[in-house]
Write a protein that binds this ligand. Structure first.
Ligand code: ATP
Length: 866
């Protein structure tokens, strides 16, 4: 029989689950062995061999292979063994290149997979009578699970008990309006959408709470049945990666055009066809920055790993880029800007006036605390002054004060058993319960005073003025009210319960600002980023804290959600620049704020934790979900998860985002500069000297072997100290802005000019073409390695410390070694068409190669192009 058509008792018998204590450990172990993990099957991952083969799909590599094949063919004809070196070397380089490609792809994949596992879905399960949080994939059929608003449903489950439960099932049924759910049996032929007592994997809880028993897991769930294989390998290219790929294509076309010209020049001068062909092909390979997209991905994934260490988990790579452009950070207050460590310090009772909270409060205050506690969830244990709170700090602070006043919670709950709950939600800003008191019932409601007082029979003025007074001291104020019912209502609703209440009193709690938030706000202001507080709390409380943190400056305004509602879009646009605090807002208001700022071309980051925050998180450019207090739904909608719920973490992530972008610019600049240099060298030499300045093998060696490592190492450069001193980068700013384009060209001319000079000098003075190529090869590869140091910063190398990037030091050493091997080991030198030079020539080569450092240092000193 279908789980939704059975009684709960029958189902629990069939699944052998105890409805109170859940499954026991041995049942779980047996079922896990039998049914496997609770997850949808993933599409097969590419094997290393497939990845290796993929590396050869690049057009340039194919051209190289064709060149190698032609060169092989000629070698066979010549029947001379030395003729085989060239094609073999090309093959070797291509294979080494492909292996490196696979290696790097795997590394980037691994670091991203590690990140994914940090944000894998969790489930709250009851096993052996204990409630715990486990990875959703460990669930088995028969497990008892607890769910609340904001949770993703981890498996198909039958509801045992629920309170005001609603679930959003659009992923399964297409219906985007949340549906009511409850435990009653439904008929056998009900469609999925009508099975009100079932919760389905992949959907979410939008309201209320539930306890349910798992009926199906993994591919057996309804989602598993319809889902095609889950393809995790979605290709999430960032706008920058796409732009670079496009640039690569354009440069490729240009390079091919240049090759054709060079080929024509060679033919014109009557050079051997095979030599011109090989030179053109190797030049094409050198001119195209084919390594760029891979290197950018590596730099991005390394950056993402660093952000994770700093508690910011990036879900989508494009977010890293957007982070660097962030110009507005909208942040919740409670827990993000403040510590979320609430302590009750004030109470107000109309007949009594204001009283400090102590361990010996008067009876009326005790009644306020008791009623507040009855309308709260969570638990507090106090052991030798050490307190442990589990649950919402707003509520546990009330419970803690009650315990400290020597009231036994067990007795309290026995005396007033809870029969019904209308959960807190941040739109209503209220929470209500019905408890039994003797032979009648009590409705107790607590929440934001301005909302609650409207539903009370008392006059509002005095109470609101006390609320204002407490709020000015940065206290969070909560009101408590109640009413008596003679009978339990048939259909308890918000409208019927939360009206005609009797006001009981107010409590005021402190929630100190986070120290690090204050510093982070200062960093934002310096970096041209406007921090904005968006909170459900009272406007006066919010403003007091915003002032303390520096978010609210002299001419800034605070506005409430209801005032915002009265503003037209135009009026809002006119005032938006000055508003730094939005108080008493509902999650829907957040979307309006995001869109209004986006209209002003701002890049907006927005935080959120609840189900209702998901649309605002999606609408913002960088949605940040809270890792600790955030719901699964909010995390699902966000681009970034803050593992410590801390405002300072967003600012640190923005800094990383800026740093990563800066490093990508360095890498791009370096690689393009080397490419331009190589093209210029060959082009001018062919034109002027009618000779190829480097053999194809030499060109390939420099381009594919020696300059890749420094490029990656540049991407790992530490973030520059002044990265947060500039205003945010406009989102559509070209990567070549701030003179990078000019610097690349300058670099190209430097490399090209120096190696051309080396070629001419050694050839004319030593009367040997091979000697000319040897010095040219040395200068080209060495100067590139030295240039990578120049690219490290816009500041002088001596200011940032010449050897402070140890990745670059290692990369430079390896590059030197690779160059030295072919220069100085006799058989290799011969294969590469190189020869020994008089010692003084090596010194000249070294001097020439190091000269860019001097030149660029002079440029930096006079701030030319920097
Ligand atoms: P932020 O949006 O910055 O996190 P917040 O926590 O104050 O701030 P909400 O959680 O939406 O925002 O709370 C709004 C108001 O609702 C609070 O100012 C408080 O008066 C009231 N409130 C908060 N928590 C509860 C609760 N558990 N029960 C009843 N009322 C609450």
């Amino acid at each position: 029989m279908k789980a939704y058509h059975m009684s709960i008792d029958d189902l629990s018998k069939q699944l052998q689950t105890n409805l109170e204590t859940g499954l026991n450990a041995s049942q779980v172990e047996k079922r896990q062995k039998q049914d496997g993990e609770n997850k949808l099957e993933e599409a097969k991952k590419k094997t290393n061999l497939e990845k290796f083969i993929d590396q050869f799909k690049d057009a340039m590599i194919i051209i190289l292979l064709i060149a190698a094949a032609i060169s092989f063919g000629l070698a066979f004809q010549e029947k001379e063994s030395s003729a085989f070196f060239e094609p073999l070397l090309i093959l070797f380089i291509v294979i080494v290149n492909a292996i490196m490609g696979v290696f790097q792809e795997n590394k980037a994949e691994k670091s991203l997979a590690a990140l994914m596992s940090l944000s894998s879905p969790k489930a709250r399960v009851i096993r052996d009578g204990q409630e715990s949080l486990i990875d959703a994939k460990e669930l088995v059929v028969g497990d008892l699970i607890q769910l609340e608003a904001g949770d993703f449903i981890p498996a198909d489950a039958r509801i045992i008990s629920s309170s005001s439960l609603k679930s959003e099932e659009s992923a399964l049924t297409g219906e985007s309006v949340p549906v009511d759910k409850s435990p009653e049996i439904v008929e056998e032929n009900a469609t999925i959408g009508d099975r009100k007592n079932m919760l389905y994997s992949g959907c979410s809880i939008t309201y209320g709470t539930a306890k349910a028993i798992v009926t199906d897991i993994g591919m057996q769930t309804e989602m598993g049945k319809i889902a095609h294989l889950l393809n995790n390998e979605e290709d999430d290219k960032t706008p920058l990666q796409e732009k670079l790929a496009e640039l690569g294509r354009k440069l490729g076309m240009m390079a091919i055009a240049i090759c054709i010209v060079i080929f024509a020049i060679g033919l014109w001068y009557g050079m051997p066809i095979i030599e011109i062909f090989m030179t053109s092909v190797s030049l094409a390979v050198s001119a195209i920055p084919e390594g760029l997209p891979v290197i950018v991905t590596i730099v991005l994934s390394i950056g993402v790993g660093k952000m994770a260490q700093r508690n910011a988990i990036v879900k989508k790579l494009p977010a890293v880029e957007t982070l660097g452009s962030t110009s507005i950070i909208c942040s919740d207050k409670t827990g993000t800007l403040t510590q979320n460590k609430m302590t009750l310090i004030k109470a107000y009772i109309p007949k009594l006036g204001l009283e400090d909270i102590s361990n010996h409060n008067s009876p009326l205050v005790l009644k306020l605390l008791k009623y507040g506690t009855l309308c709260s969830n969570g638990s507090v244990t106090i052991d030798n002054e050490k307190e442990e709170h589990i649950g919402d700090p707003t509520e546990t602070s009330i419970i803690a004060a009650t315990i400290k006043n020597h009231i036994s919670l067990d007795e309290l709950h026995q005396q007033y058993p809870r029969l019904f709950e209308l959960p807190f939600d941040s739109n209503r800003k209220l929470m209500s319960v019905i408890v039994k008191e003797g032979d009648h019932y009590l409705v107790i409601t607590k929440g934001a005073c301005d909302e609650l007082i409207k539903r009370c029979i008392e006059s509002q003025d005095e109470i609101l003025s006390i609320t204002e007074q407490l709020s000015q001291q940065a206290l969070r104020v909560l009101a408590v009210a109640y009413k008596r019912l003679d009978t339990f209502p048939d259909n308890p609703t918000i409208e019927s319960l939360e009206c005609d209440l009797t006001f009981l009193g107010l409590v005021g709690m402190i929630d100190p600002p986070r120290q690090e938030a204050k510093e982070a706000v200062a960093t934002c202001l310096k970096a041209g980023i406007k921090p904005i507080m968006i909170t459900g709390d009272h406007i006066t409380t919010a403003s007091a804290i915003a002032k303390e943190l520096g978010i609210m400056q002299e001419n800034d305004e605070a506005i409430t959600g209801s005032e915002l509602a009265t503003l037209s879009d135009e009026q809002f646009q006119q005032r938006i620049q000055n508003i730094s605090v939005y108080a008493r807002v509902s999650p829907e208001d957040k979307i309006r704020v995001v869109k209004a700022w986006q209209k002003q071309n701002a890049i907006v980051s927005m935080t959120g934790d609840g189900v209702n925050d998901a649309p605002a998180l999606k609408a913002s450019d960088i949605g940040c979900a809270m890792g600790i207090t955030g719901t699964d739904v909010a995390k699902g909608a966000a681009d970034l998860t803050l593992m410590d719920d801390n405002f300072a973490t967003i600012v640190a992530a923005v800094k990383q985002g800026r740093g990563i972008y800066q490093n990508i610019r360095k890498t791009v600049g370096y690689l393009l500069g080397t490419n331009i240099g190589e093209v210029l060298l060959v082009f001018v030499a062919m034109l002027v000297f009618k000779q190829a300045p480097l053999l194809s093998m030499q060109l390939l060696w420099v381009n594919l072997v020696t300059d890749g490592m420094p490029a990656i190492a540049l991407g790992m450069e530490a973030i520059e100290n002044d990265v947060m001193d500039e205003s945010p980068r406009p989102k559509d700013e070209s990567i070549f802005a701030h003179h990078l384009g000019e610097r690349i060209i300058l670099q190209g001319f430097l490399f090209g000019g120096l190696s051309l000079f080396a070629f001419w000098f050694a050839q004319t003075t030593l009367h040997s073409l091979t000697a000319g190529r040897t010095l040219c090869f040395m200068v080209l590869s060495l100067s590139q390695v030295f240039q990578s140091y120049n690219m490290r910063s816009h500041l002088s190398l001596f200011k940032i410390g010449v050897f402070t990037n140890h990745y670059l030091n290692k990369a430079a050493l390896v590059s030197f070694a690779l160059m030295a091997i072919v220069l100085f080991i006799p058989p290799l030198a011969t294969i590469f068409g190189l020869t020994f030079l008089p010692f003084s020539y090596y010194l000249i080569g070294l001097g020439l190669s190091m000269s860019p450092i001097l030149i660029i240092e002079i440029f930096k000193f006079f701030h030319i192009l920097h």
